[in-house]
Ligand binder design. Structure first.
Ligand code: HEC
Ligand code: HEC
Ligand code: HEC
Length: 149
C-alpha cells in the first residue's frame, strides 16, 4: 500500500464518522437534554396513610410486575382479594385535591409516569378514584363474567 493511501483511508474514515455519526449523536444529545429540561421532576404526593404493600424502594422498581401478576390471578384464577389489587393502590394513593391517581399531572401515578414517559391504558377501564372504584364494562375480548352488580 502506498503511503498516500495509508493516510487517506483513516482520514476518509474520520470524515465519514463525522458526517454520518456526529449528527445523530448531537440529535440524541439534544433530545436528551431537552427532555430533562422540559419534563418536570415527579412530585409524589404522600399516601393517605398506612404502609405500602411492599417497601417504597421495592415498589418503585417492581409495582408494574406486581400489578400484572395480580391481574393474571384475577382474570385467570378469579382471585379478587389480592394484596396487590389496583383498587388498594388507589385507595391509598389518590390525591387529596383531585381524589384520583391519574387525572392531573400532579397525581401520584401520573406524575411519575409523565416523567418516565410511560402511558397506561389501565384507567380506560379501571376507575382512578377510590369513590367509584368499579371496573367499567368489560369488553368482549376479555370474556370476563361480571359478578359485581
Ligand atoms: C379493557 C379493559 C381493561 C384494561 C385496559 C385494563 N384492565 Fe385490569 N381488569 C379489567 C377487568 C374486567 C378485570 C376483572 C375485574 C373483576 O372481575 O374483578 C380487571 C382486573 C384487574 C386486576 C385485578 C383486580 C384488582 O382490582 O386488582 C388488576 C390488578 C388489574 N386489572 C390491573 C390492570 C392494569 C395494571 C392495567 C393497565 C396496565 C389494566 N388492568 C388494564 C379490565 C381492564
Ligand atoms: C395502605 C396504603 C397503601 C397501599 C394500599 C399502597 N400504597 Fe404505595 N405507598 C404507601 C406509602 C405510605 C408509601 C411511602 C411513600 C409515601 O408516604 O407516600 C408508598 C410508596 C409507594 C411507591 C414508591 C413511591 C416513591 O417514593 O418513589 C410506589 C411506586 C407505590 N407506593 C405504588 C403502589 C401501588 C402500585 C400499590 C398497589 C398495588 C400501592 N402502592 C398500594 C401507601 C400505600
Ligand atoms: C416512582 C415513580 C412511579 C410511580 C409513583 C408509579 N409508577 Fe408505574 N411505572 C413507573 C415506571 C418508571 C414505569 C416503566 C417501567 C418500565 O418501563 O420497565 C412504570 C410502569 C407501570 C406499569 C406498566 C406499564 C406497561 O405498559 O408496561 C403499570 C401498570 C404501572 N406503572 C402502574 C402504576 C400505578 C397504578 C401507579 C400508582 C398507584 C404507579 N404505577 C405509580 C414509575 C412509577
Amino acid at each position: 500500500m502506498s503511503p498516500c493511501a495509508a493516510s487517506f483511508i483513516p482520514a476518509l474514515r474520520r470524515f465519514l464518522c463525522a458526517a454520518l455519526l456526529l449528527p445523530s449523536c448531537m440529535l440524541a444529545m439534544a433530545e436528551g437534554s431537552g427532555a430533562s429540561g422540559r419534563v418536570p421532576k415527579p412530585v409524589l404526593e404522600a399516601a393517605r396513610g398506612g404502609q405500602c404493600v411492599e417497601d417504597a424502594a421495592y415498589m418503585r422498581r417492581n409495582h408494574m410486575q406486581l400489578l400484572k401478576h395480580q391481574r393474571g390471578d384475577t382474570l385467570r384464577g378469579g382471585i379478587r382479594t389480592g394484596k396487590y389489587s389496583l383498587k388498594t393502590c388507589i385507595d391509598c394513593h389518590a390525591s387529596a385535591s383531585t381524589n384520583s391517581v391519574n387525572t392531573s399531572a400532579g397525581d401520584f401515578c401520573q406524575s411519575c409516569h409523565n416523567y418516565a414517559a410511560v402511558s397506561l391504558d389501565c384507567f380506560g377501564c379501571h376507575a382512578s378514584k377510590p369513590a367509584a372504584n368499579q371496573v367499567a364494562k368489560a369488553p368482549d375480548q376479555l370474556n370476563q363474567p361480571q359478578v359485581k352488580p
